[in-house]
Structures are given as structure tokens and as C-alpha cells.
Write a protein that binds this ligand. Structure first.
Ligand code: MV4
Length: 590
């Protein structure tokens, strides 16, 4: 008798496909849900049955929640697995599922709720003796209070959204003068992201590592940890590469942070798989940041070194089984790395690169795993998560895993869209990664983006020169008499391509790129505020304007000292990538 006859997975993409695989191994039937744009997607094809539930990605709406429960009932599913989508950390949805008489494959609603409020979580953790970053557990009500806390905690400090998580709404404040602007900005971001402007304050740690601990908890009160994952390599709070073990954690520290994570999980009555996220300072202090009450994207590296299937454990726990192992049975073997293969273009500030995948070949061989949500012919829709696949490798040690990842990245072929394949090759070859350093600043650097572009050109793009004109490879799909053909056309670069390349080389060039006078927006968005006026004298690094892009606020700063002219932006108006904001010319006498 299987644990459940059928399970509905309320998510899309690679994670839905990955969960279906485990369900199938357990002899459980699989039910997919999809929206219009996903009709032809891999996760729909991978399930035994699939149901249309809506037209867009607004999966958090109550309507969609009700519809999912209705579909589960109609299909005869006994349980719902939320994947790692928005619904995974929605306490109301967890309760709706349970009230409908279905099994929720996840933690209790009460644990989701406590951990969902960062201030409530900090409060609960502090009470349980779990170390939290020094700061407030109560909301902060004014910029004056921020300034006062800076004096108490010591500058710099971080302002964070109370309803947030994952760094959204995080603002660093270095001195009293910045308190007002940072406080207002953090509140606006909190409102935009979570419809809640409440913020709190923490001491800001310089150059920390993001180290998180995986836990498993059953209904009988047993809680174990499965070691840590190092997710320090991020861009705008989006993780890009994760690995285990952390280059900065030895067995002694592992035992210490493992015990902290187990205590944290117990303090909220946790059940299922969960992650305690923390910061590790250069001095070896470890602080609780937040708990992710779901299966995470990067759970795979833990699976590689433990030999466990975390989704299987989640299903068994939800079915009321006790944990299949105790802490002493956990053995970590070798080193695993995951690279997130996003449909994004590093040479355009990681702009999403949706489109149709015209050719697709996955790497294989020893120690290689690919969790993918796409295949040749798949289209990557505009509005969803840009993660199309995850490439995970394991080796006997870190250097072995790194070499294996570079080999696997070379084997991976994704045609028709721009992905992070080239970026990961450039990053894993960079000395900062080789050393196991934090790589802060390197990930964002223009130099790495350029190298990433070169490396991706080695397999695609500018393929040949004809009459001195660069040619581009363009892969397209052609249907003839109902049969699909892949066509590779060599077309000259558009005349503006050269110009755009040069322009993007200047973008973010900062102090090193000082020969150029223009300040250019690295992203498309809306101007929220303009902080300078025509004729103002500015210092290098001074804020010129704030551009909101994808609900995040970005400060556009002067790349050098000088005088502002040709200021072309206005609050409330849109800007496009590469647009000249103003000229900063050296002041007379400089
Ligand atoms: C911090 C921090 C420094 N001090 N909090 C939070 C969510 C995560 N995505 C980044 N977060 C940070 N929170 C305090 N009090 C620095 C970061 C941070 C970071 C931490 C580790 C590794 C990479 C990072 C990149 C940006 C910000």
C-alpha cells in the first residue's frame, strides 16, 4: 500500500518535475496544475494528470488557492505538496488544505506564521537561546530611532522589512545622515513587496557568509540536522551558487550550528524539512537570520552528500512516519556544488531572457545531476521565475567538485535563450571562488560579466567574421508541413550591437571607468527620486537618482567627482537600460 494514492504538486518548473520523480518512486500518482502559458511545459507532461487553474502567475490569490483544493478533491489526491513557490510559506493555504481534509506536505501553519514575521521569529529565537544578530525585535517607528540605534549598536546598521526575508527591503545605513533616506526606502520596499511597511534594525555585519542548516523534523518530536549549505554567492539577494560543506565550517562549528538549528526548529514546533538561515562572520560568530519553512531550491547539494531524498522524507513525515534515521546515522560524503541556470543575461545586468529553447542537451557522466524544468522546444515565459534548470555535481573534495562543474557546464547546451552557463564558468574559474572566499563584489563586477559573455560566445553568438562584419548565430524553429526543424542562421550583427556593447562596458564601470563622463542606467525601471540638480557639484559615489526595477530600489551613483549637466531624468518617469542619466564633467580647476 503506498502512503498516498495521489499527490497534487502546487508548483511549476523544475521543482514540480523533481517532486513527481520522488512520488513515482514511492508508487504515488501525480497531479500537476498549470496556467495558460504553461500548457506545453515539462511539468505538465511529467505528471499523470494535469489541470488548468488560471491564466497567470498570481498563484497567491485566494481564488487560485480554492481552485487548487477543488482540483485536488476532484482528482482524488490525498495530499498537496507546495514545492518552494509562494504558496509554500502561506500559513492560510496550509490551513485551508488541512481543513479540506487533505494532507499538507509541509510544516504546521503556526510554524510558518511565526517564521513569516522576522521580528516575531527573532523574538522567539532569542527566548529559545538561539543567537540572533544584535538589534531590535520590535518594529522601528522613525528615522530618528534608526539614528539612535546606530549609535547604540555601532555603525553600520541594516534596516530590514519585518514581513520580508531574503534580503528584500534590506538597506545599509553607514551614518546618521543616511538614516532618513534608508528608512523611507526600506518602508517603501516593504510595502511594494509584502504590503507591509514595518521595518526593524540589526547591526550590519561586513563581508559575512550566508550559511544555512538543513533540518528534518517528524511528528514525534525528533529533529535532526543534515549539515550546512554555503550560499554566500548571491546577486541582489538571489542565490546563484550553493555548496556543501561550507569552505568556512569545520566539524566543530558544524556541530555547534547544527545544534542551534535543531533548537530553533524545536522552538516553533517544526515538522517536515526546513532551513535555518544564518550569517557567519569573519570572526566565526554565527547568528540566526530567518527560517525557510519549505523545501529550498538548493536542497539538492545536501542530498548529494547525505545520500538522502529530502522530498521522500517530507512525504514520509506527512504520512505520519517517524524519521528514517537519527543524528548518528547522518554521514556527509565529499563536496557538492549547485549552479542555478537562469534565463538571464549577465551582460545586460541579469535582465530576464525569456524565449523559446531551440536546442537543449544536458550534461551527464559521473557525479552529475540535472534538475530541469525544460526541454528542447520549451518556451521560457516572461513573468515566472527565471530558473530553468539546476546543475549539481559531487566530487570527493571541493576542488574535484569544481573541476567537475566546469566540465559539466561545458557539456550543457541551451540554445535560443541567454542563460547563466557562461557566467558560472567565469565565476568558477575566478580566484575568489577557487579560494573559497566570499566573492562579494566579484559577482556584480563588470569584468566577470564580460568574461561570462566571452565564454558564452565560445559556443554561440559572434560566430564568424564576414567582410569585417561580426556574425551572430541565430537558432530558430521552423515548421514545415507540420514538422519542426531547427535552423541555424548566420546573420550580421545589427548596426547598433557594437554601440550597445561599448555602452554596456561603460555601465557600472565606476571609478575605474573614469574616462567617460556619462552616467548610464544599468537597468530598466522607474525613477523614484532625483537627488541632484543641473550644475550641482557631486562627489564620486554620491546618489544621483533612485530607480525602481522589479520592486527593488537601486541607487544610481556618480562614477566620479564633477559637475552635473544634461540631467535627463525626472521622478515618476521610466528609464530604459543604457539610457544616459546625466553627464558628470570634471569641475573647473580639477
Ligand atoms: C545581512 C547582512 C549583513 N548584516 N544582515 C540577508 C538576506 C540575504 N539574502 C543577504 N542578507 C544579508 N543580511 C546583517 N545584519 C548582509 C547580507 C548580505 C549577504 C550575506 C551573506 C552573503 C551574501 C550577502 C549579500 C548581500 C547581503
Amino acid at each position: 500500500m503506498p502512503l498516498f494514492s495521489k499527490v497534487l504538486v502546487a508548483n511549476r518548473g523544475e521543482i514540480a518535475v523533481r517532486i513527481f520523480r520522488t512520488l513515482r518512486e514511492l508508487g504515488i500518482g501525480t497531479v500537476a496544475v498549470y496556467s495558460e502559458v504553461d500548457r506545453g511545459s515539462l511539468h505538465v507532461a511529467a505528471a499523470d494528470e494535469a489541470y488548468l487553474i488560471g491564466s497567470g502567475p498570481a498563484s497567491e490569490s485566494y481564488l487560485v488557492q480554492e481552485r487548487i483544493v477543488e482540483v485536488a478533491r476532484h482528482a482524488g489526491a490525498e495530499a498537496i505538496h507546495p514545492g518552494y513557490g509562494f504558496l509554500a510559506e502561506n500559513a492560510d493555504f496550509a490551513r485551508t488544505v488541512s481543513r479540506a481534509g487533505l494532507v499538507w506536505i509541509g510544516p504546521p501553519g503556526s510554524a510558518i506564521e511565526v517564521m513569516g514575521s522576522k521580528t516575531a521569529a527573532r523574538d522567539r529565537m532569542q527566548a529559545a537561546g538561539v543567537p540572533v544578530v544584535p538589534g531590535t525585535t520590535e518594529p522601528v517607528e522613525s528615522a530618528d530611532e534608526v539614528a539612535r540605534l546606530g549609535g547604540e549598536l555601532g555603525w553600520p546598521i541594516a534596516i530590514k522589512a519585518a514581513a520580508g526575508g531574503g534580503g528584500k527591503g534590506l538597506k545599509v545605513v553607514r551614518e546618521t545622515d543616511d538614516a532618513e533616506r534608508a528608512y523611507e526606502s526600506a518602508r517603501r520596499e516593504g510595502e511594494a513587496y509584502f504590503s507591509d511597511p514595518t521595518v526593524y534594525v540589526e547591526r550590519y555585519l561586513e563581508d559575512p557568509r550566508h550559511v544555512e542548516v538543513q533540518v528534518l523534523a517528524d511528528t514525534f518530536g525528533s529533529v535532526i540536522h543534515l549539515g550546512e549549505r554555503d550560499c554566500t554567492i548571491q546577486r541582489r539577494h538571489q542565490k546563484l551558487v550553493e555548496e556543501t560543506p561550507s569552505p568556512a565550517v569545520d566539524p566543530e562549528l558544524r556541530e555547534r550550528i547544527g545544534a542551534i538549528a535543531v533548537e530553533a526548529a524545536k522552538a516553533v514546533g517544526y515538522r517536515s524539512a526546513g532551513t535555518i538561515e544564518g550569517l557567519l562572520s569573519g570572526e566565526g560568530e554565527y547568528f540566526f537570520l530567518e527560517m525557510n519553512t519549505r523545501i529550498q531550491v538548493e536542497h539538492t547539494v545536501t542530498e548529494m552528500v547525505t545520500g538522502l531524498d529530502l522530498v521522500r522524507e517530507q512525504v514520509l513525515i506527512a504520512a505520519g512516519e517517524p524519521l528514517s534515521l537519527s543524528q548518528e546515522d547522518v554521514h556527509l560524503s565529499g563536496h557538492a556544488i549547485e549552479c542555478r541556470i537562469n534565463a538571464e543575461d549577465p551582460s545586460k545586468g541579469f535582465l530576464p531572457s525569456p524565449g523559446r529553447i531551440t536546442s537543449y542537451r544536458e550534461p551527464g557522466g559521473p557525479g552529475v545531476r540535472v534538475d530541469s524544468g525544460v526541454a528542447a522546444g520549451s518556451s521560457v515565459p516572461e513573468l515566472y521565475d527565471p530558473l530553468v534548470a539546476k546543475l549539481i555535481v559531487q566530487g570527493v573534495d571541493r576542488e574535484h567538485a569544481r573541476a567537475r562543474m566546469l566540465r559539466a557546464l561545458d557539456e550543457f547546451e541551451i540554445g535560443g535563450i541567454t542563460t547563466l552557463l557562461g557566467f558560472h564558468r567565469a565565476l568558477l574559474e575566478h580566484p575568489c571562488f577557487v579560494e573559497g572566499a566570499t566573492c562579494h563584489g566579484v559577482v556584480e563586477s563588470e569584468l566577470l560579466a564580460e568574461r561570462a559573455e566571452q565564454l558564452s560566445h565560445e559556443t554561440t553568438s559572434v560566430a564568424a567574421m564576414s567582410d569585417g562584419l561580426p556574425l551572430r548565430e541565430r537558432l530558430s524553429a521552423v515548421e514545415l508541413d507540420g514538422r519542426l526543424f531547427e535552423v541555424k542562421a548566420l546573420v550580421p550583427e545589427p548596426p547598433y550591437a557594437e554601440l550597445a556593447r561599448k555602452r554596456s562596458e561603460r555601465v557600472g564601470g565606476g571609478a575605474q571607468g573614469g574616462a567617460e563622463d556619462a552616467v548610464i542606467t544599468p537597468m530598466q525601471g522607474t525613477v523614484l527620486a532625483v537627488e541632484v540638480a543641473e550644475g550641482d557639484e557631486v562627489e564620486a559615489g554620491q546618489v544621483i537618482c533612485i530607480v525602481e526595477a522589479m520592486k527593488m530600489e537601486n541607487e544610481i551613483t556618480a562614477h566620479r567627482a564633477g559637475v552635473i549637466s544634461e540631467l535627463s531624468v525626472e521622478a515618476g518617469r521610466p528609464v530604459t537600460t543604457g539610457q544616459v542619466i546625466c553627464i558628470v564633467a570634471p569641475a573647473a580647476g580639477d
